[in-house]
Design a binder for this molecule. Structure first.
Ligand SMILES: [Zn+2]
Ligand SMILES: [Zn+2]
Length: 106
């Protein structure tokens, strides 16, 4: 029952999300910080998107190592930066803008 291999598209998606820079830093006004991808832990119910598409960019400090990192203190993280789903929505919008900056160049 193993899942199929990541498709090229999924890999590209993960790369693009990371390239956006930390979403928490941007919300806090710190600018773009190099990010790694965090998989959203919140359930979507049935008919959800593939797991590999439920990712948001977070810098190591906001992801794992800082006092308000999502894996260290999820409640504090949520209070400061918003709910994971909210950040996912933001990421989708940012991603659309990021991708459209390549095609057509505007
Ligand atoms: Zn950050
Ligand atoms: Zn994570």
């Amino acid at each position: 029952m193993s899942r199929k291999q990541k498709t090229k598209e999924e890999k590209q998606h993960l790369q693009d999300v990371a390239a956006l820079g930390c979403v928490a830093c941007r919300r806090a006004g710190y600018g773009e910080t190099p990010a790694e991808v965090h998989h959203i832990t919140t359930g979507f119910g049935t008919g959800q998107a593939r797991d590999d598409l439920k990712v948001i960019p977070l810098c190591p400090a906001h992801h794992r190592t800082g006092p308000d990192a999502v894996h260290v203190s999820p409640a504090l993280f949520e209070r400061r930066f918003g709910h994971e789903l909210e950040l996912l929505e933001q990421t989708c919008k940012d991603l659309a803008a990021y991708r459209s900056s390549f095609v057509g160049g505007r």
